[in-house]
Design a protein around this ligand. Structure first.
Ligand SMILES: NC(=O)c1ccc[n+]([C@@H]2O[C@H](COP(=O)([O-])OP(=O)(O)OC[C@H]3O[C@@H](n4cnc5c(N)ncnc54)[C@H](O)[C@@H]3O)[C@@H](O)[C@H]2O)c1
Length: 309
C-alpha cells in the first residue's frame, strides 16, 4: 500500500460536462491535486464558473464550451488542452442529458439526440484525445455509463442504449490502448446533487417515480457527487492499473460490475438440431452456477472451447 497522496502535478485533464454535478466535482478535485483542467460544458457560464473557482484557488483551468456532440466539438475540446497546457493525460467523458419518455412515445429526435451526446459525443472527444495519449505512451480515460443502461430503467430507452453502448466503446479503447499505456474504465455513478438528477425532462411516470424513490430511500442521504469523485480520481491516476473494468460507485460504496457468461449447455456432437431441443435444455443454458468473465471476443471463444465436453 502506497501512503503517498495521489497527485496530478504536471498532468492535463479534460472533463466534459464540468459545469455542474459530477463533472464540476471531478474538475475541482483534480485541480486541487495539481492537474491543469479543461472544464468543458455546453452551458458557457457554468463552464466558466468551474474554471474560475479553480483559478481563484490558485489552480490551472480553462473553460471550453463546445458541444461534445459533434466531431468538430470533440476536436476543439482536445485542441484546447493541447494549446493551453501542451498535453492530454486524462479524459473524463461525463457530459450528458436526459430526454425520458415511455418507449412507445419516444420521438426519433429524442432518441437520436441522447445517443449523439452520450455515445457519439464520447467517441468524438475520445478519438482525438486517444491519438495524443498514444503518441505520449500514457493516458487514463473514464466513460460515464449508468445503471439505467446496464440493468434497465423504464422510460429511458435512449439513455439506456447510449449508456450501454459506452461499455462496448470502452472495451475496444481499453484493448487497443493497453500496449500504449492507455487505461480505460467505465463508471456507473450515483449522485442526487446534480442537474440531471433534478431536471429530468419529462419526469418518469408517477408510478415509476414512486418506485424509484422507494428503491433509493436508504441511499439518498449518501448520494452526493463528493461520494463519487474520489474513486474516479483514483481511476485516472498513475497509481491505478485497472483497465476495461466497470465500477458502480456512489453512496459510499464501490463495486465491480461485470458481463459474465454461464458455462451453458452443449448439444451432443455439438449439433443443435431443433428449437424443441433448445427449449428442453434452456434451464441448463441459463444456469449461472459456473461462469466466466471474458475480456474479449477471443476470450469468449476460448471459454466456450475450453469447456466443450
Ligand atoms: N447523477 C447520477 O446519479 C448519474 C447516474 C448515472 C449516470 N450519470 C451520468 O453522469 C454524467 C454527469 O451527470 P450529472 O448527474 O452530474 O448531471 P448534470 O446535469 O449536473 O451534468 C451534466 C453536464 O453536462 C453538460 N452537457 C450536456 N450536454 C452537453 C454537451 N453536448 N456538450 C458538453 N456538455 C454538455 C450539461 O450542461 C451539464 O452541466 C452524465 O453523463 C450522466 O448521464 C449520472
Amino acid at each position: 500500500m502506497n501512503n503517498a497522496p495521489i497527485r496530478f502535478d504536471g498532468q492535463v485533464a479534460i472533463v466534459t460536462g464540468a459545469g455542474s454535478g459530477l463533472g464540476r466535482s471531478y474538475a475541482l478535485a483534480l485541480a486541487s491535486r495539481g492537474a491543469a483542467v479543461v472544464c468543458n460544458d455546453i452551458a458557457a457560464s457554468a463552464a466558466a464558473s468551474t474554471a474560475h473557482e479553480i483559478t481563484e484557488q490558485g489552480g490551472s483551468a480553462v473553460a471550453e464550451t463546445s458541444s461534445v456532440g459533434t466531431p468538430a466539438g470533440g476536436n476543439a475540446i482536445v485542441q484546447t488542452a493541447i494549446e493551453e497546457f501542451g498535453a492530454v493525460d486524462i479524459l473524463i467523458n461525463n457530459a450528458g442529458q436526459l430526454r425520458n419518455a415511455a418507449f412507445e412515445d419516444m420521438s426519433v429526435e429524442d432518441f437520436d439526440q441522447v445517443l449523439q451526446t452520450h455515445l457519439a459525443g464520447a467517441f468524438y472527444v475520445t478519438q482525438p484525445a486517444y491519438r495524443h495519449m498514444k503518441a505520449a505512451g500514457y493516458g487514463r480515460i473514464v466513460f460515464t455509463s449508468s445503471s439505467a443502461g446496464v440493468f434497465g430503467s423504464p422510460w429511458q430507452a435512449n439513455y439506456a442504449a447510449a449508456k450501454t453502448g459506452l461499455i462496448g466503446l470502452c472495451n475496444v479503447v481499453a484493448l487497443e490502448g493497453a500496449p500504449h499505456g492507455i487505461n480505460a474504465n467505465v463508471v456507473l455513478p450515483m449522485a442526487l446533487n446534480t442537474g440531471i438528477a433534478h431536471d429530468a425532462p419529462p419526469p418518469f411516470s408517477p408510478e415509476q417515480f414512486a418506485e424509484t424513490v422507494r428503491a433509493l430511500k436508504p441511499l439518498i442521504p449518501h448520494m452526493t457527487v463528493e461520494n463519487v469523485a474520489p474513486f474516479v480520481l483514483y481511476l485516472v491516476s498513475k497509481r491505478c492499473a485497472e483497465t476495461q473494468r466497470i465500477f458502480s460507485v456512489g453512496s459510499g460504496h464501490i463495486s465491480r460490475v461485470f458481463i459474465g457468461e454461464g458455462r451453458g449447455w452443449y448439444a451432443s456432437d455439438l449439433a443443435l438440431t431443433s428449437p424443441e431441443q433448445a427449449e428442453a435444455n434452456l434451464v441448463a443454458a441459463c444456469d449461472l452456477t459456473d461462469f466466466g468473465v471474458p475480456g474479449s471476443i477471443n476470450d469468449e471463444s476460448r471459454f466456450i472451447a475450453d469447456h466443450m465436453p
